[in-house]
Design a protein. Structure first.
Length: 334
């Protein structure tokens, strides 16, 4: 027995957004751990070929009848929710898309869970809830003050989850990711956004000759080299943390929040330099204006997740993370 669960009880997991970048790595990880997996994804930004295991249901969180049938016909222990809009710049330009996709649709999902008495939820939150942090590194107790609608909508869901716990006993773990990157060692799944806006895949597109240069957004931040500093965390390390969080919930834990990062910051210029070394390619840089809504520095203190979940990131060096992304991109681009 672990807690009140029998070792032979394989967790039955609904992965919402399992065709996306982080969700597809989660599905692969859950499969390796023997979980029973159902994937729900509307394929708006996800890709069918990234789902490597489980039953796939194509559909939208706005479809109440579909959600009812998903929960009525399957025995689900826990829901992991990866389906969200997640681009800072887009959220500034089109905030209502974020309020609808990230808050309203999550409320629909939680309502369906309430109707079917499913009490465990793992939520993909973000470092963007902190905004321009008032202390570094950022702990879970650092004050939250999102500087863009993306972060605001994720924080609103965290609040909604606390209210659902009070209201009907939904137990949730909110995982605040810093900058997810890298790809599975198999190089069969990885990051493929359309359009791509994230730094590492864009830098690798330049290395692969698919893009002429990388625009560095802002070079007058108050950082050593003037560019923004972020905490990059490998996607399989995120998956490991989700699995551990899920087991903690299934064993009776109370609702809680964890930061997931490497606790090391790298500037945009350092990322480009590391990518040059990993790929042995020229990567042309062009200085560009700051991107709206970007805080200067986001670096996590993840000691709580390491201590309480037993989380041990396996891909701690930036070069390993970039190398795994490069292996995937070389396959995906070819
Ligand atoms: N960035 C950049 N050029 C790009 C894309 C991103 O300089 O073409 C910077 C961005 O301003 C931020 C960092 O790279 O400081 C990471 O951005 P990304 O979009 O990858 O992740 P975010 O931090 O927004 O979640």
């Amino acid at each position: 027995m672990i807690g009140d669960r029998c070792l032979s009880d394989l967790p039955k997991v609904l992965v919402v957004g399992g065709a996306g970048y982080i969700g597809s790595h989660m599905v692969k990880y859950l499969d390796k751990m023997g979980a029973v997996i159902t994937v729900l994804d509307n394929l708006s930004t996800g890709h069918r070929d990234l789902i490597t295991a489980g039953e796939f249901i194509e559909g939208d969180l706005g479809d109440e009848a579909l959600l009812n049938s998903v929960f009525e016909r399957r025995d689900i222990d826990v829901v992991m929710h990866f389906a969200a809009s997640s681009l800072v710049a887009e959220s500034v330009a089109d905030p209502l898309k974020y309020y609808t996709n990230n808050i309203s649709r999550t409320a629909s999902l939680l309502s369906a869970m309430q109707r079917h008495d499913i009490k465990h939820f793992i939520f993909s939150s973000t470092a963007a809830v902190y905004g321009e942090p008032d202390e570094l590194p950022i702990t879970e107790n650092t004050s939250t003050n999102p500087s863009n609608p993306y972060g605001a909508t994720k924080l609103a869901v965290e609040r909604m989850l606390r209210d659902c716990d009070t209201g009907f006993g939904l137990k949730s773990i909110c995982l605040r990711y810093f900058n997810a990157c890298g790809a599975d060692d198999s190089a069969t799944i990885g990051e493929r956004h359309q359009p791509e806006t994230h730094l590492i895949p864009l830098v690798l597109q330049v290395a692969a000759g698919l893009r002429e240069h990388i625009s560095v957004f802002g070079h007058d931040y108050e950082t050593e080299d003037g560019t923004c500093i972020r905490d990059y965390i490998h996607v399989n390390d995120l998956a490991q943390a989700h699995y551990q969080a899920m087991m903690k919930l299934l064993n009776g834990a109370e609702s809680i929040t964890y930061n997931l990062g490497n606790s090391a910051g790298f500037s945009v210029r350092q990322v480009v330099e590391q990518a040059r070394m990993v790929t042995a390619k020229e990567i042309k840089v062009v200085e560009a204006a700051r991107r709206r809504g970007d805080p200067a520095v986001l670096v996590a203190d993840s000691a709580k997740a390491r201590r309480e979940l037993g989380w041990q990131p396996q891909y701690e060096s930036l070069s390993t993370m970039i190398a795994s992304a490069w292996a995937w991109h070389q396959r995906d681009f070819s």
